[in-house]
Design a protein around this ligand. Structure first.
Ligand SMILES: [Zn+2]
Ligand SMILES: [Zn+2]
Length: 441
């Protein structure tokens, strides 16, 4: 694994665009931005072998977790098992193909791709060969990061168990333990390598510009932007959004694209149309938040009758049953977090639009929080997936996802895309003295 050998190379923070020197750090250390304290790169304490081993473990566990049942349910002599896949099938059959696809996509397809891509990239690099389609693989890997949600799924299984415990006897199956270790494997494999290090290794092997960590542009740009004083854009530089290489920025003629010399990604000083895309997604999020909370998310039919539950009535159910902790968790994950996320993103987008210079550091922290908590709102969607399968079999009751489920899942996905569309560097741009236009429109 290559530590950056060019101590004087420059690097720009991807959160605030601040230019600073690329320093070599010992294994296990993390380099943080001097201005916003965001993580710029890590030098993992372990080598590629660890990451490969964890990815392989993850692949095997992913198969086991889907072959074996996650929960086992017994009621009045009837027995049934629920696996994740059968849960998704049950969702599909009860007229929710969108939610079923989302569940399979997030809990099966995304991790499968993640582990395969990690191995596809790390195995050749380890033996000093160039991985095929490295750029595409790295681009996909950075996108997939946000959609790995085993931790949320584990919490969803706990909620489902408590919800069913009054109806039937629920015991964990081997699949649940596989998911638990899978959650650890996914985290461990991601922590065992750093994308920055992979790009350096790749460039070194390919002998491409930037292989020595210097690039062909940064040195020329140093005169304009000495580290520690300005953002990359104010210094006439732009950091590649994929590989992080700092390049000279010269806008090209209409229709053309300046491309990164290392990975050929089109260069944009800021995410393209960041604010308009964020506003559009926010608006959609607010509109869908209404049906997501008013329409029933589950419809329970039993001998007593049919009961339609919204998210709020689900919270109240747990509260009345005395499961206060679960009531609070579901309220936080399903109502408070999505709403707080919508409001926080609105404040961020609005302040960037007005070119506010108020507390950029605090606003960057708020942005990080929005990015971090987003996935936990998927909790109720996963709960419905497990319940739909488990309860369907019994003649006593059936639980089906209601129309609120798809609206709710859409809110979660849309706000996640909203957070990804927002460019936190826009929060710092108004601080630059020469006032470059922050957003490329
Ligand atoms: Zn920064
Ligand atoms: Zn690049």
């Amino acid at each position: 694994m290559s530590a950056p050998d060019a101590a004087n190379a420059l690097i720009a923070c991807h959160e605030c665009d601040f230019v600073q020197r690329h320093v070599a750090v010992p294994p296990g250390a993390t380099v943080r931005c001097r201005r916003c304290n965001g993580v710029i790169y890590r030098h993992p304490a372990t080598d590629f072998d660890h990451a490969i081993a964890w990815s392989l473990t993850g692949l095997i566990l992913l198969v086991l977790a889907n072959v074996f049942p996650v929960l086992h349910l017994a009621v009045g002599g009837h027995h049934t098992d629920a696996s994740l896949f059968s849960g998704a099938q049950a969702l599909y059959r009860s007229g929710q193909p969108g939610v079923a696809t989302l569940v399979v996509g997030i809990l099966i397809v995304a991790p499968l791709l993640l582990f395969l891509l990690q191995m596809g990239v790390l195995l050749p690099l380890r033996s000093a060969r160039l991985p095929p389609h490295f750029g595409v693989a790295m681009r996909l890997l950075s996108r997939l990061d946000h959609w790995i949600m085993f931790d949320v799924f584990m919490l969803a299984v706990i909620v489902a168990v408590v919800k069913l415990s009054s109806l039937a006897e629920v015991t964990p199956g081997p699949g649940l333990w596989a998911f638990l270790v899978l959650m650890l494997a996914a985290t461990a494999s991601a922590m065992s390598y750093d994308r920055h290090v992979l790009w350096e290794r790749y460039a070194e092997l390919a002998g491409e510009p930037g292989g020595d960590g210097k690039g062909d542009g940064p040195d020329a740009g140093m005169a304009a932007g000495a580290p520690g004083r300005a953002s990359a854009l104010a210094s006439g530089l732009v950091a590649c959004s994929e590989c992080g290489l700092l390049c000279q920025w010269h806008p090209v003629a209409v229709g053309g694209h300046a491309r990164c010399p290392r990975c050929a990604t089109p260069l944009h000083p800021r995410k393209t149309n960041s604010l308009s895309r964020t506003w559009a997604l926010l608006l959609a999020g607010y509109v869908l938040f209404i049906p997501a909370n008013l329409l029933p998310i589950t419809i329970t039919s039993s001998l007593v009758g049919v009961q339609a539950d919204t998210i709020m009535s689900g919270v109240l159910y747990f509260w009345h049953e005395g499961a206060y902790d679960l009531a609070i968790i579901i309220f936080t994950a399903s109502i408070f977090v999505p709403l707080a996320k919508l409001l926080a993103l609105t404040v961020l987008a609005w302040s960037a639009q007005c070119r506010s210079t108020w507390e950029p550091l605090q606003r960057t922290r708020l942005y990080r929080m929005v990015e971090f908590v987003g996935k936990w709102s998927m909790l109720d969607v996963f709960v419905v997936a497990m319940l739909a399968r488990l309860v369907q079999f019994s003649s006593l009751a059936s639980i089906e996802p209601g129309p609120g489920a798809i609206a709710f899942a859409s809110v979660v996905v849309i706000t996640m895309f909203g957070a990804l569309s927002f460019d936190p560097r826009l929060l710092w741009d108004p601080l630059e003295k020469d006032r470059h236009s922050g957003e490329k429109t």
